[in-house]
Design a binder for this molecule. Structure first.
Ligand code: GDP
Ligand code: MN
Length: 388
């Protein structure tokens, strides 16, 4: 689960990671109120969206008076912000963060994430932080320090020193930096994060450290034990069809390309194999809906409607290996949805497994026009033919 910068900073405060004074605003008037409470200038007005690169896209502005706060807030609030990470369609800004401006001596980079290869937690840091960190990582990777932490041992004092040393910090900043990193690591493990990133972490002119940006991603599978952050979810930032699918415990993934084939499968592995087969047959998958094991006819029907509401698709492939999810239950759901929506695009069905005969009978007797397939290769060739 992604959360907003201002929410990430609330977590930072809880773990004593220093952040500038300020708070969120949900209107231009609120932005002015927050700026008044801060009481000094400059203040920063920042767009809150689930994407980075806001600075370069015009979503982060410094204000030197209340008038300027108003001008910037008016401009940013409600704007369609286009950044490298939003894609060309951009994202509408519905929330702002107003903060005290920071006295920047140097912009550093700091992040914590799981490293699959070593099965450890990796701390990444660079003294070349700021808005061009991707370029640093690509062109001068030696400027990026990596320290691997054994999750069972936790972060060790010598490792805090290793990162501090690698960042070339002035002496007075070393102690506050080590405290910050230790606390950030505790936040990372306490909340089952998949990423914590501060870019830039600012070295101030009086040799202190402060997080002026904050990104925290939390593993959605661990949310059951972090009830306090569930309210941080902002569904306005998510794909509306993915949100709709999650209401029925289905996993819908929009592949975001130029694909024309919608897919209903059970299991992520089967989804991957199906995507490959469709590509091999010369067509392009648009999305997939993983109905999992626990679906019933009702949720299948809802899932099928979600697939149909994707405007790019010209045909649907259903590829199901019935196990816990029985083929007859799937067939009932598909028939129900197709009848309610009046299916107008080609449908290819390949089913195997539990109650497959009963499933096939239900589909056949429904009178729906569909193309049946005998195996995955056959199915992908038939759908490719149908959408071409
Ligand atoms: P991002 O572009 O989405 O990553 O947004 P950031 O929060 O990182 O802000 C982008 C840039 O704005 C930073 O790299 C800073 O250079 C600048 N910026 C942000 N906050 C302040 C501030 O308090 N004072 C000054 N002078 N610059 C800031
Ligand atoms: Mn940033």
């Amino acid at each position: 689960m992604k959360i907003h910068e201002y929410q990430a900073k609330e977590l930072f405060k809880k773990f004593s990671v220093p952040v500038p004074r300020g708070g969120p605003a949900f209107s231009v008037e609120e932005a002015l109120k927050v700026a008044e409470v801060i009481g000094t200038f400059p203040v920063v007005v920042k767009a809150q969206i689930h994407a980075g690169g806001r600075g370069k896209g015009g979503g982060v502005k410094l204000a030197h008076s209340l008038d300027e706060v108003k001008t910037h807030a008016k401009k940013i609030y409600g704007m369609n912000l286009v950044t490298k990470q939003t894609g060309p369609e951009g994202k509408q800004v519905n929330r702002l963060l107003v903060e005290q401006g920071c006295n920047i001596a140097k912009e550093l980079y700091l992040s914590i994430l799981p490293d699959r290869e070593s099965a450890k937690i990796v701390i990444m840091a660079s003294e070349a932080g700021g808005m061009d960190i991707e370029e640093v990582a690509e062109k001068t990777p030696e400027k990026l320090i990596k320290v691997y932490v054994d999750p069972l041992l936790g972060i060790q004092p010598f490792q805090l020193g290793e990162v501090a040393f690698g960042l070339n910090l002035p002496k007075p900043a070393i102690k506050p930096f080590k405290a910050l990193l230790k606390n950030l690591y505790t936040l990372f493990t306490t909340y089952d994060c998949s990423l914590v990133e501060i870019n830039p972490l600012v070295l101030t002119k009086d040799d202190d450290v402060c997080a002026i940006d904050a990104k925290v991603d939390i593993d959605s599978n661990a949310l059951y034990r972090h009830k306090d952050v569930i309210e941080y979810r902002d569904t306005e930032e998510e794909d509306p069809l993915e949100v709709e699918a999650s209401k029925f415990n289905l996993n819908y993934i929009n592949l975001g390309g130029k694909g024309t084939v919608g897919n209903m499968v059970n299991g992520a592995g089967l989804a991957m194999a199906t995507m490959d087969a469709i590509k091999a047959a010369g067509a392009e998958p648009a999305n997939f809906l993983d109905v999992g094991g626990g679906a019933n006819a009702e949720s299948i029907a809802n899932g099928f409607k979600i697939l149909l509401s994707d405007k790019n698709i010209k045909g649907i492939l259903i590829n199901i290996f019935g196990g816990i999810l029985r083929c007859d239950v799937l067939a009932q759901g598909v028939v129900q949805a197709a009848k309610e929506t009046g299916l107008k695009i080609p449908l290819v069905v390949r089913m195997e497994g539990t109650n497959v005969e009963e499933g096939k009978r239900i589909l056949k007797e429904s009178g729906l026009s569909m193309i049946t397939a005998n195996n995955l290769k056959d199915a992908s060739e038939k759908i490719a033919e149908a959408v071409s």
